[in-house]
Design a protein around this ligand. Structure first.
Ligand code: ING
Length: 312
């Protein structure tokens, strides 16, 4: 008997600096109510949903930086989201900047959580692949200072049993790295939920700009197909604080086919009824890891970080 999970990808248009968390939570609750009307069980929100993408700015005042972080989840501002989701019987995932006291010191992560229909946090993930740079690069039209404001995630790539399936998360740049999906694929992940804030201009590689849509889709299609998993990719897009950012949220099936796609760069919910067993025809044949993989030959992948040319 198939296990269906109806998922809503809740794309967010721009969140400007002037938008309060309350403003954003109100927009998110509109998504939740629309998702309920469309029969969703689960709603996926983008990376850093609650605030503008603040790593675009060089900041030195720690209090100003920390104003973009959540010190607790839920908090007074975000509690209405949890309350309404529970009232509607919906689960959701949401990305936010996490400030936490851990191991006796303050830590800051680019985090995503999965919340069940009971309102409890079922899983937490902290972004591993931090793109951009750590120092001020004033020659850029805008900064991308994730390496300055966040630590590398310390929770691995967890896959948890929830919503009747094996559920995993990643965040933004993680989706461009095959290792992200494979580590979850080796845990039999059936659905990867991810959010992204992707500027349409990448200063170090302007020649990539015209491929932004292609690279976004290619990365998620490859991850889905090569691991027999659903991938739910959700943007915070549109022009945010003067920076045009990719929208193009999409739901990708384990075949790699895009089965739902946003048409706008604003708040938009796209929905698909996902068969959580759809990946089996891939993971039991072409991508039967146990039968076909040769980890003994792949050692370089784990032992070597940067590429090195052949000797001679
Ligand atoms: N954003 C971007 C992303 O990986 C980026 C960074 C932009 C990388 C363009 C490459 C090209 O989608 C985040 N937040 O990781």
């Amino acid at each position: 008997m198939s296990r269906f999970l109806t998922v809503g990808a809740a794309q967010m248009g721009p969140v400007q600096r002037s938008h309060t968390r309350r403003d954003v939570v109100e927009r998110m609750i509109v998504h939740l109510r629309e998702a309920r009307r469309m029969g969703c069980d689960l709603v996926v929100f983008p990376e850093l949903t609650l605030t503008t993408f603040f790593p675009r700015w060089w900041m030195t005042d720690q209090a100003e930086i920390d104003s973009f972080f959540e010190k607790e989840m839920p908090s007074n501002e975000t509690a209405p989201l949890f309350t309404e989701a529970k009232r509607l019987g919906l689960g959701f995932s949401v990305g936010y900047a996490e400030l936490v006291n851990e191991g006796g010191r303050v830590r800051r992560f680019n985090t995503a959580i999965l919340v069940g229909p009971d309102g409890r946090i079922a899983s937490k993930y902290r972004k591993v692949h931090l793109p951009g740079h750590a120092e001020h690069e004033p020659q850029r039209p805008f900064q991308h200072l994730e390496k300055r404001y966040f630590e590398v995630g310390n929770l691995g790539f967890p896959v948890v049993k929830a919503f009747g399936g094996n559920m995993g998360m990643c965040v933004c740049n993680d989706r461009r790295w095959p290792e992200t999906y494979r580590v979850m694929g080796l845990q039999n992940v059936e659905m990867v939920m991810l959010g992204y804030n992707t500027p349409l201009h990448n200063a170090p590689s302007p020649d990539h700009d015209e491929h932004s849509w292609f690279h976004n889709q290619l990365s998620m299609q490859a991850g889905a197909y090569q691991n027999g998993t659903w991938v739910i990719g959700v943007a915070k897009g549109g022009t945010e604080e003067g920076v045009p950012s990719l929208a193009d949220s999409q739901i990708v099936s384990p075949s790699g086919k895009v089965v739902a796609r946003a048409g706008s760069d604003r708040d938009e919910l796209i929905v698909h009824r996902c068969d959580l067993d759809a990946g089996k025809s891939y993971t039991s044949t072409t991508f039967d890891f146990e039968r076909h993989r040769r980890p003994d030959v792949y050692r370089l992948i784990v032992e070597r970080r940067g590429a090195r040319p052949p000797a001679g």
